[in-house]
Write a protein that binds this ligand. Structure first.
Ligand SMILES: C[S@@+](CC[C@H](N)C(=O)[O-])C[C@H]1O[C@@H](n2cnc3c(N)ncnc32)[C@H](O)[C@@H]1O
Length: 378
């Protein structure tokens, strides 16, 4: 008797062909990898609002086609312990087009060792194992439950990478040095541990993104230098990964910041809240206002910073700005906007990042001290 998953190879080949036609896959070796790895073994169940139970699982006729579609499939949700009653997505199998785009940028070759941060379902680790051989792949996740499940699935599918439950922000020194580090979880700061654990000349590919304004990030493709720094360009990626979690029980969401509402100031601005949606400018805004949280509403967006400063800004210009707290933070956005327009409104790909032992710096066009942007610059 045939089972519902017997024709998975047809679906996997169709996905591989679709990504090739879309020019996401340009290396035929990756086409063969996607056609060979059984994604359904890694995603036996995912969240779906279309199902009465909220989950779509093996056995449901609508499960297999979606498993082999180019969709992100949420596989775990958790409540924040301090905010009962509301669940956040804490793990997923990322949409294959983003994974394959990243795997191409990662530029792996035979014999290279790779560390993946964010095992999740194990599917991306399986893609790496299929391409490089399991002995070259290490993958870590902060959540032991996910690691246990991924280990079983990887082994059932014939892959045996090194798998560990730990905070990936510390890397995984036991198997260092690596030729490549790929983070499938977003970080605000690229940990220097990843630089230390990568060979000089090796690459780190990480999603850098503020937890409180998740559309403002990009992928950083960093080459590790012998002096212990890593530097390289940003690559556009509007919708990236969920933010790194501090531990296995808490989702990677921003901290709630109490705002200082003791006094309210009002003024007009030539810059409306839509400015925060321009990728290059939102990146600059984040650099000027580390820890920014943005809450878009129907008429106005509220932004806050960890010092208790806040501003409510309408979309249309001239915008109405209400603000309070120690700093007029919309003024920082206006200054970033002035710099951005003077420099021909650069997109994120005009910027790059340098990560050192104690800090990371964003630069414009070239990684020298004159091109740094962010607090104090320009
Ligand atoms: C988008 S999922 C990764 C998808 C995965 N690569 C796959 O193929 O299914 C992000 C994963 O990062 C993990 N994660 C979050 N914070 C982490 C941290 N600090 N260290 C390691 N893993 C973390 C989450 O538990 C989650 O499983």
């Amino acid at each position: 008797m045939s089972s519902a998953t017997d024709d998975w190879r047809v679906h996997a080949a169709a996905l591989a062909d679709q990504l090739t036609e879309q020019r996401v896959i340009t290396d035929p070796a990756w086409r063969d990898v996607v056609a060979s790895v059984p994604r359904h073994m890694f995603v036996p169940e995912f969240y779906s609002d279309d199902e009465p139970s909220g989950l779509r699982s093996t056995g449901n006729p609508r499960w297999l086609p979606v498993v082999y579609s180019d969709d992100t499939l949420v596989t775990q949700r958790k409540e924040h312990p301090d905010q009962p009653g509301f669940e956040w997505s804490t793990s997923s199998s990322t949409r294959p087009s983003l994974m394959l785009r990243m795997l191409h940028i990662l530029d792996v070759r035979a014999g290279m060792s790779v560390l993946e941060i964010g095992t999740g379902t194990g599917y991306n680790a399986a893609l790496l194992c299929e391409r490089l051989g399991s002995e070259h792949v290490t993958t870590v996740d902060i959540d032991p439950e996910l690691i246990d499940a991924a280990c079983v699935r990887l082994s059932d599918a014939g892959y045996r990478p090194t798998v560990a439950a730990c905070d990936g922000l510390r890397g995984y020194p036991a198997r260092a040095p690596y030729d490549r580090v790929i983070a499938t979880v977003a970080v605000e700061q690229v940990p220097h541990a990843w630089v230390e654990q990568t060979r000089p000349g090796g690459l780190i590919l990480a999603d850098v993104r503020p937890r409180g304004m998740t559309w403002a990030g990009a992928l950083a493709r960093l080459t590790v230098a012998p002096d212990g720094t890593a530097s390289g360009p940003l690559v556009s990626c509007t919708w990236g990964f969920m933010s790194a979690r501090p531990d296995a029980v808490r989702p990677g969401i921003p901290d709630v910041v109490p705002i200082d509402a003791t006094s309210v100031h009002r003024r007009k601005s030539e810059i409306g809240s839509e400015a925060l949606r321009r990728p290059g400018l939102s990146l600059l805004t984040w650099q000027r206002l580390p820890g920014i949280n943005a809450f878009p509403g129907p008429d106005a967006t509220r932004i806050t910073t960890p010092d208790g400063s806040w501003a409510d800004v309408t979309r249309a210009t001239p915008a109405k700005v209400e603000y309070g707290g120690p700093v007029d933070i919309w003024g920082q956005v206006e200054q970033a906007h002035a710099w951005w327009t003077e420099h021909a409104s650069p997109d994120v790909e005009a910027f790059g990042l340098t990560v050192g032992p104690t800090a990371q710096r964003l630069w414009h066009l070239k990684p020298d001290g004159h091109s740094w942007v962010g607090p104090g610059h320009p």
